[in-house]
Design a protein around this ligand. Sequence first.
Ligand code: ZN
Length: 153
Amino acid sequence: MALRTIRKDNDEILRKKSKKIDQITERIEILVEDMIETMHDADGVGLAAVQVGLLKRLFVIDLYDGEGPHVFINPEIISEAGEAVDQEGCLSIPDRVGLVKRPENVKVKFTNLDGQEKTIEAEGLFARAICHENDHLNGILFTDIALEEKLVD
Ligand code: ZN
């Protein structure tokens, strides 16, 4: 395993759309391991492949609640319900946080590392993290949609 370099918000790759993963190769498995290690090392709750410079529809999430880390390959949010406004940050934008409105509940379809298609329902912080990471796959950053932003020390 190895730490990967996290791309920061002036890096134009963060604005590009990621591409579907056709096959879960050994390279993808290594990438996932590295992304989890990189996320943990940075004390983040989520990391998308584009944030380490690879335009692949893949992200990892760990809420440090004993359930994770979760791996989402080719995710698709198929339904949303409710709304919640809460503070959000991003490993690619370390100097800012913002208030972002997200759905309270989402249903997401994805492929897991074993190549199986899954659908799960998530709420609260987990739903927020899924939406935030899914936005990365489409070149969207939380600062694009934040209701309010502030600098952090
Ligand atoms: Zn982010």
